[in-house]
Design a binder for this molecule. Structure first.
Ligand code: IFM
Length: 470
C-alpha cells in the first residue's frame, strides 16, 4: 500500500513558476521595443501554427501588477521571468530606459509581495537587427550579450540576486539554426554548432562581467537536459545511439561549462563541420568560469535505438521534418515509445527520469563543483476543458505536478541537494512553433478577454506550497 504520510520538502526549498518575455509580454512594439527574431520568424508563412505571434500574447506588459497579485495569491515564493533584449536595447543598439523601466517596476512589484525575482537574461529573443548581422553564428553577438547583461544589471542589480544567463541554449542553437523549427529558422549544421559555442561564450563573458560587478550575486545558466536510455542495453548500436543523444543534449553543454572542455566523442561526431575553427584559444576558460547555480529543465526522457520502431516518436514541433533532433549525429537514431502516458505535446510522462537526471547531474557535475541545482522548468500541456462554471479540472496536470515533485523528493532522499522547483508555466502562453495551441499553464488565459483563471493544478500547487509537503 502506498504511504499516506506526507513527504516534506526541506525548509529552504523554493517553490516557483516560470515564464519568458516573448511568450507572455505582448506589447511587441510599445515604448521603443523593436523586432526580435521571433517577431520576424512568426511572419514567415507556415512557421507557427495558425499564424500566431507574440504581438499581444498574455498582455503581461500591461497586466503585470495583476499577474504578480495572482502569484502572491497562489503562494509562489519565487518567479522566474526573462528580459527582452529588443526591449532593453532596441535593434541591439543603445539602451532604452523605458524598456528597462518595465522590468524595474516588475521587480518592485514582486518584492513588494515577498516574491523572489529569478531573472533569465536570454530566453531566445535575439534582436532581429543582430540576426541580420549573423545572429549567434557571429562571434560578436557573444560580446553584445555581455553588454546587455550589464545594462540589465545597472537597472536591477540592486534588487535581483538570482541571475541566469541563458535559457536552454540547445534550443536557441540546434533547434533554431539546424532544425529551422525555431527562430531564426535556419537549417545549417555548421551554423548551429557555431551558434551553440557563441551562446556559451556569451554566457561565460556575462558571468565574468557580472561577477566583477558584484560578487554577491548568484550566477548561473539553465539547460534543458534529458535522461537517455538505449532501447536494448545489450545492443552496441543502441548504446551508441544513446551516447550520441546524451552527447548533444547533455554533455555538449554541461562539459564545457562545468569541466572546461567539449566531450571528445561529440567532437568526433561533428568532425568535418568546421567546429574546431569556431572555438578560439581561451574560449573554454571563459565558458567554464565558476557558476553558483545550474537550472535543469526537464520534460521527458529519451528511449533511443539504431533500429526504426513501429511506434516511432518524431518531432514535437509542427514541422515537416520527421526528426526528433536536428543534431547531425542524431541521424540514424530512432525514438521508441515506452508506452507511457503522453501529454498534448506527445511527450511521454516519465517522472522517474527526473530523479535519475538530478542524481547524475549532481554526482558528475554540480556536486563536485559546489554548484546549487534547481529544476527551473517542468510542466505539461493538456487540452484543458472549461466547465460551464468556468472551472478547469486538469487532473492530468495535477498528477504530472505531483509525480514530478515526488521525483524531486526521491532525488533529495538519494542525497541530491535540490534547491527549488519552477513549474512551467505560470499561465498559458505562446508556445513557440505551436502558437497558442498548447496550454502549459496552471492558470488559464482566455486570449479573447485576457481573463486569468487558476486551474485545479494551481489550487493543488498552492496546497503543496502551503503545507510544504506532498
Ligand atoms: O515553452 C517552453 C519554454 O519556453 C522553454 N522550455 C520548454 C517550454 C515548453 O515547450
Amino acid at each position: 500500500m502506498p504511504s499516506t504520510t506526507p513527504r516534506s520538502f526541506p525548509p529552504e526549498f523554493l517553490f516557483g513558476a516560470a515564464t519568458a518575455a516573448y511568450q507572455i509580454e505582448g506589447a511587441a512594439h510599445d515604448d521603443g521595443r523593436t523586432d526580435s527574431i521571433w517577431d520576424a520568424f512568426t511572419r514567415l508563412p507556415g512557421a507557427v501554427v495558425n499564424g500566431d505571434n507574440g504581438d499581444v500574447a498574455c498582455d503581461h506588459y500591461h497586466r503585470y501588477r495583476d499577474d504578480v497579485a495572482l502569484m502572491a495569491q497562489l503562494g509562489l515564493q519565487t518567479y522566474r521571468f526573462s528580459t527582452s533584449w529588443a526591449r532593453v536595447r532596441p535593434d541591439g543598439g543603445p539602451v532604452n530606459p523605458q524598456g528597462l523601466d518595465f522590468y524595474s517596476r516588475l521587480v518592485d512589484e514582486l518584492l513588494g509581495k515577498g516574491i523572489m525575482p529569478w531573472l533569465t537574461l536570454y530566453h531566445w529573443d535575439l534582436p532581429q537587427a543582430l540576426e541580420e548581422n549573423g545572429g549567434w553564428t557571429n562571434r560578436d553577438t557573444a560580446y553584445r550579450f555581455a553588454e546587455f547583461a550589464l545594462d540589465v544589471h545597472d537597472a536591477l542589480g540592486d534588487r535581483v540576486t538570482a541571475w541566469t544567463t541563458l535559457n536552454e541554449p540547445w534550443c536557441s542553437s540546434f533547434l533554431s539554426y539546424i532544425g529551422g523549427e525555431h527562430a531564426p529558422g535556419r537549417q545549417d549544421p555548421a551554423a548551429g554548432l557555431a551558434a551553440a559555442h557563441h551562446l556559451l561564450l556569451g554566457h561565460g563573458l556575462a558571468i565574468g562581467e557580472l561577477r566583477a560587478r558584484d560578487e554577491n550575486l548568484s550566477l548561473g545558466i539553465t539547460l534543458n537536459l534529458s535522461v537517455v536510455d538505449p532501447v536494448d542495453a545489450g545492443d552496441a548500436a543502441d548504446r551508441d545511439a544513446a551516447r550520441r543523444i546524451d552527447g548533444q543534449f547533455n554533455r555538449f553543454f554541461l562539459d564545457p561549462i562545468l569541466r572546461g572542455a567539449y566531450p571528445d566523442d561529440v567532437l568526433e561526431d561533428v568532425a568535418g563541420l568546421g567546429f574546431e575553427r569556431v572555438v578560439k584559444p581561451g574560449d573554454l576558460e571563459i565558458i567554464s568560469r565558476p557558476i553558483d547555480a545550474l537550472g535543469v529543465n526537464y520534460y521527458h526522457g529519451e528511449s533511443v535505438s539504431a533500429r526504426p520502431a513501429g511506434d516511432e516518436i518524431t518531432t514535437a514541433a509542427p514541422s515537416e521534418r520527421p526528426k526528433r533532433s536536428p543534431f547531425p549525429a542524431a541521424d540514424g537514431v530512432h525514438w521508441h515509445s515506452r508506452g507511457l502516458p503522453i501529454t498534448a505535446m506527445d511527450w511521454e510522462v516519465q517522472p522517474e527520469g527526473l530523479t535519475r537526471l538530478l542524481i547524475r547531474v549532481h554526482e558528475e557535475y554540480t556536486g563536485p563543483a559546489g554548484v546549487a541545482l534547481s529544476v527551473t522548468e517542468n510542466g505539461a500541456a493538456y487540452d484543458d476543458v472549461v466547465e460551464p462554471d468556468g472551472s478547469i479540472h486538469d487532473a492530468e496536470r495535477v498528477a504530472f505536478l505531483e509525480s514530478h515533485l515526488g521525483a524531486i523528493l526521491d532525488a533529495i532522499d538519494a542525497g541530491v541537494p535540490v534547491h527549488g522547483y519552477f513549474y512551467w508555466s505560470l499561465m498559458d502562453n505562446f508556445e513557440w512553433a505551436w502558437g497558442y495551441d498548447k496550454r502549459f499553464g496552471i492558470v488559464r488565459v482566455d486570449y479573447d478577454t485576457q481573463e486569468r483563471t487558476p486551474k485545479d493544478s494551481a489550487i493543488a500547487y498552492t496546497r503543496i506550497i502551503t503545507g510544504r509537503a506532498l
